[in-house]
Design a protein around this ligand. Structure first.
Ligand code: ADP
Ligand code: MG
Length: 246
């Protein structure tokens, strides 16, 4: 589903990704772990097409298409979703309007009919309920005044409504208390499907007790230096990244 090959990228002229290679198959959950500054968020931004993150080499193929040749909105319409490490606040734009606009833009781009008001409301209500986000918060400006945990839940509400093919979740677990972590994990697990894949970026093993990945990769200094199965998380927690990478 996703093939990243020898990817190089830089930010403000500084090389961050330095030959990253990773293949994610349909139906799979891959976790990417690594120390601060390793390039995890940079990878997520490069996949989503964020401005300022310049690809200087390598390729990314998503469902057979050249992902890097696509504009960010085209990537979203193709089914790429980014759950951000630091979700942005959008004052003056209601959460519901934002989400409905995004959903219908994607549906239109795919040649599908737009969601009616009633259909959308049903989707949004179910998603908010599943993630334990009071429906009142769906009427407020996007993320404005939300706590850290509420922002993360809101990212998951968006994911659920948009129903992406590839979800890239950047430290969706950070800032969550144990109950919220469980709820968010349930949300991620509920998205598991044969035609979907998830890239879980995290630096804590804790999340991976709830969402058991098919593969874990260690990202250090801009490349994958080690890969293993779900048991790798505890080993990393016990021994640290450097020991594993050596
Ligand atoms: P991680 O998510 O693994 O902690 P990041 O991808 O956020 O790492 O950052 C990798 C490196 O790129 C860090 O050294 C960081 O300082 C640098 N970096 C990221 N974004 C920017 C930016 N907008 N401007 C300058 N440097 C950046
Ligand atoms: Mg990061």
């Amino acid at each position: 589903m996703l093939e990243i090959s020898n990817l190089h990228a830089e930010v403000e002229g500084k090389p961050i990704l330095k030959g990253l290679t990773l293949t994610v198959g349909a139906g799979e959950i891959h976790a990417i772990m690594g120390p601060n500054g390793a390039g995890k968020s940079t990878l997520s931004y490069v996949l989503a097409g964020r401005a300022g993150y310049e690809v200087t080499g390598g390729s990314v193929t998503f469902m057979g298409a050249d992902l890097l040749a696509m504009a960010p909105h085209e990537r979203a319409a193709a089914g790429v979703f980014l759950g951000m490490q630091y979700p942005v606040e959008i004052p003056g734009v209601s959460n519901l309007l934002f989400l409905r606009t995004a959903l219908n833009a994607q549906r239109t781009a795919r040649g599908e009919p737009e969601a009616s008001g009633a259909e959308f409301m049903k989707l949004a209500k179910a998603a908010a309920e599943q993630l334990g986000l009071p429906y009142e918060m769906m009427k407020r400006s996007v993320n404005q005044g939300f706590s850290g945990g509420e922002k993360k839940r809101n990212e998951m509400v968006q994911m659920r409504v948009l129903s992406p093919r590839l979800a890239v979740l950047d430290e969706t677990d950070s800032g969550l208390d144990i109950d919220a972590l469980r709820v968010v994990s349930d949300g991620i697990n509920a998205m598991r499907a044969p035609d979907r894949a998830t890239l879980l970026i995290t630096h804590y093993q804790r999340l991976l007790d709830y969402v058991v990945p098919d593969h874990i990769h260690v990202l250090m200094d801009g490349r994958i230096v080690h890969s293993g199965g779900a048991d790798l998380a505890h080993k990393l927690e016990a021994e640290g990244y450097s020991a594993i990478a050596a």
